[in-house]
Write a protein that binds this ligand. Sequence first.
Ligand SMILES: [Cu+2]
Length: 270
Amino acid sequence: MKKILFIFSSFFIIQKAFANQPVEWQLGFQKAASEGMRDIVNFHNNLLLPIIIAISVFVLFLMLYACVRFRASANPNPSKRTHNVTVEVLWTLIPCLILIVMAVPSFKILYKQDTIPKADLTIKAIGYQWYWGYEYPDENIIFDSYMVEEKDLKADQPRLLAVDNEVVVPVDKVVKVLITANDVLHAWALPSFGVKRDAVPGRINETWFKAEKEGTYYGQCSELCGIKHAFMPITVKVVSEEEYQEWLSEARVKFAKDEVENDELKIASK
Ligand SMILES: [Cu+2]
């Protein structure tokens, strides 16, 4: 009992303190930080969970009822009935109706996520074995993002989730994410934003999010991509517009896209 209480209390307390990464004894989703994720959490908590609980309780009741009501000792001559049209129609129709009730809001969320609003900025995530590369195509910025090894972790960096170069985006802006891979299938996933898209070599997938709160958000590659699949985390830092501009001006120098290629092109075209 104490353990159960601990699980419950730690769930609520830790959820508040570290909202953006998995926590020990966590139940349910990470806290939502975008409208998309809020939709998903509401759908799950307010519709799916009640339906699942109701079905489980009902089936459990039926099983217990059948065990008691039709036990061998009370039924020396068992019933030979094999069909009942009414019951058969009901147990086909009712599950169909339940599925329809679930499908309507589910498709609504899917379509909402699929329609990308006018983007304020675009980033490109490229999956490699085993790290992520990022580009800000409009800013001429390109960098790689490797997991921080356990021995190099700073005090506030979570194990297996922190990276050396974080993606930085401004708060309350529509961020369009182009996702692809350079070798095998990966998947760019960030639970707090309700985002998960496959990274497919030779193809660009799109998704978007609008972060509502400043903070550091952690995700992981979510497609088995080889021996170090678990070691290519995703870190997105959501900052204010001013901080973002500051970061941009530094990043444009630090992560400037190599101009050599273009120079060579220029030489070649001369
Ligand atoms: Cu991967």
